[in-house]
Design a protein around this ligand. Sequence first.
Ligand SMILES: N[C@@H](CCC(=O)N[C@@H](CS)C(=O)NCC(=O)O)C(=O)O
Length: 322
Amino acid sequence: MPLGMLVDGKWTTEWTEQDNQGKFNRMPTQFRNWIKKDGSSAFTVEQNRYHLYVSLACPWAHRTLMMRNLKGLKDVISVSIVDPEMGENGWNFSEEPGCIPDIVNSCNYLRELYLKANPQYTGRVTVPVLWDKPNQHMINNESREIIRMLDVEFEAHSKSGLNLYPNELQEQIEQTIDAIYQPINNGVYRSGFAASQTAYEEAVTELFKHLDHWEQVLESQRYLCGNKLTEADVCLFTTLFRFDPVYHGHFKCNLRRIVDYPNLWNYVKDIYQTPGVKETCNLDHIKRHYYKSHTQINPTRVVPIGPIINFDEPHDREKFSQ
Ligand SMILES: N[C@@H](CCC(=O)N[C@@H](CS)C(=O)NCC(=O)O)C(=O)O
């Protein structure tokens, strides 16, 4: 794999995330600090103190940008958007359309930010990153935790007042996020990055078994945890939005498309058309990133022009009451 990572603060491309059976194993995320509204952490909730580094291509980063919009936190948390094409030097900042350079730390490459946080850092250099501007501190680089912080801890700053982690659904939300992570969110990567037939077939079979399950669930309710939009939907949406344009072809997740599942397809359109979501969706960045950056699975770097797909088409999900 030509992707790079940092080892003791030095950049290397000599590594792999596949085990000896060809299975893709994701490395754990390392920056796990919490911003707290109750003062129990050094990282307090403040307007304009934190900065979010994202890629519009990445489903994990997309979760955080989507949550920032859904909550109405654009004036509270600033953003940088990396260039969609990730080469041997990892993510970089540019002035390409849809990108926002690093106005906070003036980095050219995202790895410079990780080295600012820890000059001896060993690990992958990933988006999203939540950064403490005055203290030059990397707060957190795990999307599931970042969305929880934006949702719960920044509640008082939220312009929309939307709560995607309501008390009565918290247990179900956690269980659902857990349930979709390995087979679906990570499942598309386990399929696409599998380096053996067995590892690939195992991952794809499990992936579609779980998509079939959620198709059933969405027959009788609007969202994953009932008739309220929650964090679990944010987590699933960013994977499903990329599914037909990228995972179906590039990652060989091709037993079915999302448009072949009536409920999942309407569900994706419903969430896409929720105020604030559409602006976070950039198919150009998404397609260019995957097809041009993973040269081990697409050596020609040619980006397909299809599929023709319209996320603005009407959906039927309003039939469920709130
Ligand atoms: N566990 C992380 C995963 C983030 C992640 O894997 N991001 C990818 C982009 S989709 C990345 O930055 N990859 C760069 C690399 O691995 O070098 C999260 O959910 O936040």
